[in-house]
Design a protein around this ligand. Structure first.
Ligand code: FAD
Length: 411
């Protein structure tokens, strides 16, 4: 481990008004768990963190700490912040291995969870802990959603998801893998028919946004989330152009570099200061050999590469960019990956009456996850659009309470 965790823990000032906690979207009691660790109460610290955030070990690896807990640490003002993520990772990893295995069998109502990403897993663990009889329906073979099929293993080792699979099993949570709800086989009404008292939808955003330009359907063009799902299935040649410069683009680029693609270039419509990717992800990409071209927007994809036009910032247009006419130029590339975010697929909304969606297809809910159809709840990316793991966890905690309240009202 790059940081010696105990030394880092000793640097914590145990502030009366801890800013680190304010910076954490799920309000992790950071100074409390650090003091518990220093007092030798690592199991209690692990339990405290897990109760607050069942995905803490994952958040310790993939959260954008520089903007959240560590960015808010008071020591960050004059020097370097306490490396909170390493301390949380150490305690949470320890606790996952130590967690009890003998959970009591469920005694309460059946609840269905559709999707096993961060939102679904959070709700499943919270409600199973309270005695509910949980079944997860997952379209993929493995649980985890983006954690398994998006974030690359060099950032999030996949054996962590195996540990969660075991925890869910120990909690008597049933899983139906390779089962898409709403696409024909099983519809939402079938689940109500079979005795589920509430259904939670945490299906994320898995429809890639397209550029809507000529050439996007050519054989050497791919979408980022399709690539990240199984990079070995793709033959990208020697040079790759990536369109889009958010965190997903960084994951694509860093994966491609690891797959020995010689020339990997990310193209951004904006300048270096306006990248949507986090600073750390950008810095890693640079150091690993990814090249960047700024102020370029694609106008057409050809068999030989991408034709880009130059852009300038256009603050009058709400922070957009303006194309410089006549600046179009071909950038040669063997393959192209489009990484311009994702939206929701509409399997469930299109086959369930009374379930309203926004213009973007996101499920409409109130702030505790009630959709427009009684008994159906939702959270995570399918409600908020593409966000983060910790935000999915935080919203889902509140939704779990709302589901329980609803189910109790039926009794
Ligand atoms: P998802 O993780 O998308 O899970 C949804 C699950 O539902 C999937 O398993 C899917 O197969 C399943 N499903 C969908 N439809 C159906 C259906 N009809 N029936 C059954 N199952 C269905 N966030 C961070 O905080 N840090 C990061 O470093 C980070 N990196 C990212 C990298 C990539 C490449 C991507 C795409 C996102 C990243 N994010 C990151 C964002 C984060 O992963 C998401 O915000 C988070 O996973 C959302 O959780 P979710 O449970 O709502 O959805």
């Amino acid at each position: 481990m790059a940081y010696h965790v105990i030394d880092e823990a000793k640097r914590c000032l145990n502030c009366k008004n801890p800013k680190c906690r304010d910076g954490c979207p799920v309000g992790t009691p950071i100074n409390t768990f650090i003091q518990m660790l220093l007092e030798g109460k690592i199991k209690d610290a692990g339990e405290l963190i897990f109760e607050n955030n069942p995905l803490s070990v994952i958040c310790s690896l993939v959260c954008y700490h520089e903007k959240q807990c560590e960015g808010h640490c008071i020591l960050n003002r004059k020097g370097s912040p306490v490396h909170i993520s390493s301390i949380e990772n150490y305690i949470s990893s320890y606790y996952l291995d130590y967690m009890k295995e003998n959970f009591p069998k469920p005694t309460k109502s059946k609840i269905a969870i559709i999707g096993s990403g961060p939102a679904g897993i959070t709700i499943a663990i919270i409600l199973a802990n309270r005695g509910y009889d949980i079944t997860i329906f997952e379209g993929n073979e493995k649980i985890g959603g983006v954690l398994t099929y998006g974030i690359p293993a060099f950032r999030l080792p996949k054996n962590i998801l195996d540990k969660y699979r075991k925890i869910l099993h120990n909690m008597h949570i049933k899983i139906r893998p390779n089962t898409i709800v709403g696409s024909g086989g099983l519809l939402m009404d079938d689940l109500f028919r079979d005795g589920y008292k509430a259904i939670f939808v945490g299906t994320g955003v898995w429809k890639p946004n397209s550029l809507k330009i000529k050439g996007e359907s050519l054989g050497h063009v791919h979408f980022a989330i399709n690539y990240l799902k199984n990079p070995d299935a793709f033959d990208l040649g020697d040079s790759l152009a990536i369109i889009g410069a958010g965190n997903v683009a960084m994951d694509v680029a860093r994966t491609a570099i690891r797959k020995n693609i010689n020339r990997v270039t990310i193209f951004s419509r904006r300048g270096e200061d306006d990248l949507t990717a986090s600073k750390h992800e950008f810095e890693y990409a640079v150091i690993e050999g990814v090249k960047f071209q700024y102020h370029k927007t694609p106008v057409e994809i050809t068999d030989d590469g991408v034709i880009f036009a130059d852009t300038v910032d256009d603050e009058t247009e709400g922070g957009g960019v303006k194309i410089i006419e006549g600046s179009e130029k071909l950038f040669e590339a063997d393959s192209v990956i489009v990484a311009v975010s994702q939206g929701p697929r509409n399997y469930i909304a299109s086959t369930t009456t009374g379930l309203d969606v926004s213009k973007k297809g996101l499920l409409i809910t109130d702030n505790t996850g009630h959709t427009t159809k009684p008994g159906i709840f939702a959270s995570g990316d399918v409600v908020t659009g593409a966000k983060t793991v910790v935000e999915a966890v935080n919203l889902s905690k509140q939704v779990a309470d709302a589901i329980e309240k609803y189910v109790m009202s039926l009794e």
